[in-house]
Design a protein. Structure first.
Ligand code: SAM
Length: 163
């Protein structure tokens, strides 16, 4: 498969999973965490799906499109291995959804990063809260959910925090 095809399928999977998360969450309260802001494409989609919700943004650096600059007080800059546990220490309101899009070209490093972050991600979620992500998140507190129709197994990952 060409890199273009692979990219398109990843974007489709991402959108389908976020759309499905929005259906499942409905009006359940709670903030959203966006891990891997990049230039804010998925952040913008989350804003559209969840109007008026708090969306916290985590990245080493952000490069926002002018149409989707997040409020400064919602941005946590730095390595997520440091910013995420620090955020948790502040006893935040439990998240209803965490979206992780932290993959880089280095597959091994991306898997390792997700593995390192998984326990903190599980603790940041409200019971029943959802996580959709580009990497597997191995943690006993996270129950894998079926992927939306049209998303190939392994292309995206979808979990619910166990009660
Ligand atoms: C694929 S991009 C995210 C794309 C974004 N979701 C969008 O739609 O524009 C991956 C992002 O993960 C971030 N990232 C990778 N490793 C990270 C780490 N250890 N801590 C924080 N951010 C990281 C990168 O800086 C990059 O912006």
């Amino acid at each position: 498969m060409s890199r273009l095809d692979s990219y398109i399928r990843r974007m489709q999977a991402q959108k389908l999973c976020l759309d499905r998360a929005a259906q499942l969450i409905g009006t359940r309260p709670g903030p959203i965490l966006e891990l891997g802001f990049g230039n804010g494409r998925t952040y913008d989609h989350l804003r559209e799906l969840f109007p008026g919700r708090k969306i916290y943004v985590f990245d080493r650096q952000i490069n926002p499109h002018p149409d989707c600059v997040p409020p400064t007080d919602m941005v946590r800059l730095g390595d997520a291995r440091e910013t995420l546990p620090r955020f948790l220490e502040g006893a935040p309101e439990p998240a209803v959804l965490i979206h992780t899009d932290i993959g880089t070209g280095d597959k091994t490093a991306s898997l390792r990063l997700a593995q390192d972050l998984a326990p903190t991600i599980a603790r940041l979620l409200a019971p029943g809260g959802l996580v959709a992500g580009d990497q597997p998140l191995p943690d006993d507190g996270l129950e894998p959910l079926p992927l939306p129709e049209g998303v190939k197994v392994g292309r995206y990952h979808f979990y619910r925090r166990r009660a």
